[in-house]
Every structure is written in C-alpha cells, then in structure tokens.
Design a binder for this molecule. Sequence first.
Ligand SMILES: Cc1cc2nc3c(=O)[nH]c(=O)nc-3n(C[C@H](O)[C@H](O)[C@H](O)COP(=O)(O)OP(=O)(O)OC[C@H]3O[C@@H](n4cnc5c(N)ncnc54)[C@H](O)[C@@H]3O)c2cc1C
Length: 495
Amino acid sequence: MSEPVPLDELAAQAGRVRVAVVGGGVAGLVAAHECAKVGLAVTVFEAADRLGGTVRTVELGGLVVDTGVDCIGLQPAAAGLVDELGLAEALVEPGEQTRWVVGVGQATDAATRARRPGVPAAPLPGEAVLGIPENMFSDDCRRLLGTGGTWRAYLDRLRPPLTIGHERNLAALVRSRMGVAVLDRLVAPLTTAVYGARPDRIDVDVAAPGLNAALTRAGSLSGAVAQLRAEKPPAPLRGLVGGMSRLVTALDARLRALGADVRCGTPVTALEADGTDTGWIVHTTGEEFDTADDAVVERFDAVVVATDERAARELLAPVVPALGVRPVASVPVETVTLVVDAPALDAHPRGAEAIALPGSRAAASVVHLTAKWGGAGRHAVRVAFGGPDTVPATAALDDAAAAELARAEASVLLGVELPAPVAADRARFTLAPARALTGHEAAATRVRNAVEAMPRLAATGAWLSGSGLAQVVPDAAATADRLRRRALFGADAAS
Ligand SMILES: Cc1cc2nc3c(=O)[nH]c(=O)nc-3n(C[C@H](O)[C@H](O)[C@H](O)COP(=O)(O)OP(=O)(O)OC[C@H]3O[C@@H](n4cnc5c(N)ncnc54)[C@H](O)[C@@H]3O)c2cc1C
C-alpha cells in the first residue's frame, strides 16, 4: 500500500491544478464551486455579460421578477445547496400553485361559440400524479372531462390491472386505463408545461417511480395515484425572496472568496488537447483580453463543459471522437414578461399558471408571477412561447410586436383583458429535454462515458442531467467530484 499523502502537500498539489469551467449557468457554477472547495485553481468562462444562464431576475416596472427559473424543487441536493449558500431563510412558499387548462371544451360550431364567448378554462386537479387524477368525479375533473370522459375514466376502477402489463409509455398507460379525455385534457397539458413533452414521450418509471408497482397493488391507476401520493409526496417547490438570481450571486461570491477567476463576456470557442495527454488548451475571445478578433489560448489541466447542448456539442465534437453526431434535442424558447396595472388580476383568475391546450394557441402558457409570489394591483405575468416541435411564435417579431402578442395571449389565457403593459421584458432561453423523456438517461450516459474517457474532461448541464435545478445541481456536483478525483489522484480514482 502506498503512503497517504500529507494534507498540506495535498492542498499545495490541488492549488497547482488549473480547471476551466465553460458556462456560468447553475451547472457550471455548482461544478466550479465543488472544484474550488477542494483548492483547485478554477476559472469560469461565461459567454454572456452576466452569470446564471436560464436563471435571470430583472427589475421591471418596479417589481423584481424572474423571467426564467422562478422556483426550485427542494430535493436533497438542491436543498443542501440553498442551505450551504445561507439562503434557506430566503425561501418562500408559493401563494398559489394551481394550474389551469385553457381551451378545453370549446364549442366547435360558430353559433354556439357566439352564444358563449370566451375560452373555457378549469383548474387541473391537485390530487394527481403527472395529471392522472386520484378522483375522476371531483368537480375540477368533471369540468375538464365532461360526462363521457368522466365515465370512461371510471372504467379504470373496474378493469383488472394486468390487462396491459407493465407499461412505461405514459400515453399508452393513461389511454388504456382512463381514456383519451384524461390523456388529452389533464395529462398532456401538465407534461407539456412541466416536462416540455407530450405524454407519448414520457417514461412512467422515471417520471413517477413506483406508479406501475402501485397499479398492480391497488388494482387501478387512480388507486395507484392515491397510494403514490400518500407514500411519496413530491418535494416542495420554493422561490427566493428577491429572485432566483440570489442563488447565482451567492455562488459567484463563494467562488471569488475561494480565489476562483470568474470571467463574463468570454465565450470559449474551441478546446484542444495539449499534446501531452495531461491538459487542455482553451480558446477564447472576449473583452477580458481586449483582443476580440484574435483567439486567446490558455492551458488548463482539466476542463468541465457546462454550456447548453448546442455549444457543448460544438466544443466537444472535435476532441471526443466517440461523441457521434446527433440532432440537438434542446429547443429554443422565449418568455415575454409583462408588468401590468390590472386590479382584475388580484383575484388570481387562473391560479399560478394557465396552460393552453397543447397546440391550440400561439403561447404555450402564462405564469402569473404575482399570484405565485405575492403582489396586488400591479402584476407580473410571464408568457412562454415555443417548445418541442414548436418554434416560438415571437421568433420573427420585434420587441414591441412580441409584447403585444404576449399581452393578447395572456388576456385570453388569464380570462382578463389586460391593458398595455407598464414594462415588458423579452428573454431567449434553451429548454433542455426532461430527464423523464424515454431514452434520455441512456443517451446522456453514452455522452458522459465518451467525454469522461478523455483525460480530465467532463461535461454537465441540463442537456445531460435533464431540465430543472433539482436535476442540474446534483449532476454538476457529482460530475465535478469525479473530475477533481481524476485531477488529483489519477484516472482510477474517479470510480
Ligand atoms: C423559461 C424556463 C423556465 C424554467 N423554470 C424553471 C424553474 O422554475 N425551476 C427549475 O428548477 N428549472 C426551471 N427551468 C429549467 C432550468 O432553468 C434549467 O434546467 C437550468 O437552469 C439549466 O442550467 P444549466 O447551467 O445547465 O444551463 P444554462 O442555464 O443554459 O447555462 C448555460 C450557460 O452556458 C453559457 N455558454 C454557452 N455557450 C458558451 C461558450 N461557448 N462559452 C462560455 N459560456 C457559454 C450560456 O451563456 C449560459 O450562461 C426553466 C427553464 C426555462 C427555459
């Protein structure tokens, strides 16, 4: 057995290891923090002029609003990070959590539509898993399903559970047990809003572990939902007083205190092996170097790529031959956040969020931010455009036209004619695939294995972990842990 390395020697050794983290979203900042904590010399390269990526808080019309991420699921790793950063006191419970579906049950003939103007809307039942209701006879369910749909859903309680076996495809499971009304009106809006995917692309065993086993025990899908809700309540969702960017600011401060070099406005344009098999040449441009036209090169011992999928594939493909060429699964989305003086919104007419029946409108959904996080009289609403298979309807519009489209869509979805906004903000983001997408985990593992087969190279971010901070945080921490072991103790240490 070799002698253990003395601690002071280990610390000196760590300080000589230079790690480049490419991307200053939450994934990159968490990975950088994990490396800096053990004394590695960390440099973060962020292309934009601010850190945070999809986490973006702005002041708009006198309100502090989150235009991207507005809450965090308190699964253990995410809760641990919030605690570690001293932000637990700033966590805030949403005032409203109900989601409404808008556009269900609209009359198809013009005469009836003229008699009953307005777009029908109803809340999604809260007692549900993935939109699958525990009680199809609740008022909310019956409003959304209609009489025929409700009775078809009830058949679930009468049919033996084993008629379909263990079904992992969410759409097939729901259709066969409860019928198309439950699938189209409850489950599809929910999965489209939460996972950015239709139910036929969702793997039940990843999205709701234990549901299939509970189905066998309970004898019905609705019974399984009741069992699962009792056994495994979902992790609470929380916002942060002052906006989610506080998470980013706190990580940035910790990094700087640990001596990390955090550079915004510095896109990494290429990676290159340094020829010795022990390090990487990082190519950047950017104002930091005052050489916008010329690439600047710097040598690092290890690199973590933590950008969005498109940028990551561009950087990794030339240096990771086994990566393979695959279509980018992440999609562009836009949010238009409006601040409006609209006392009619004080009543929170659509709870926290109004979801358009998938494919029925230009906008995908509206989050009523002030219903969720507090406020009256002056309100903030965030309208989302685009998603899988849907280019954002705002993509070709100028800012004024995008704001007007958002106002019109929000008026319909919230059921309140909104006035011209006091202020508007438009943001473009990338939506990564959900972890629960069929085949996602296997594909991500293949990428990870190919990347980590290269010396001291790693990749993390929502495109690998699955979208959502509850996935991004533990994945970034685990990826950084493997890399720092490899950087400090050699290739075998990672496992
Ligand atoms: C509209 C919207 C709302 C969401 N709301 C929530 C929510 O409420 N709760 C939740 O948990 N999740 C939410 N998500 C998902 C969550 O935002 C993401 O999963 C997570 O923030 C992704 O973090 P990331 O660091 O992997 O990627 P990103 O946040 O995309 O960060 C990647 C960073 O890499 C930088 N970069 C790209 N190329 C380069 C380069 N060449 N060189 C240097 N830097 C580069 C980018 O500028 C960016 O800052 C939401 C997503 C969207 C789109």
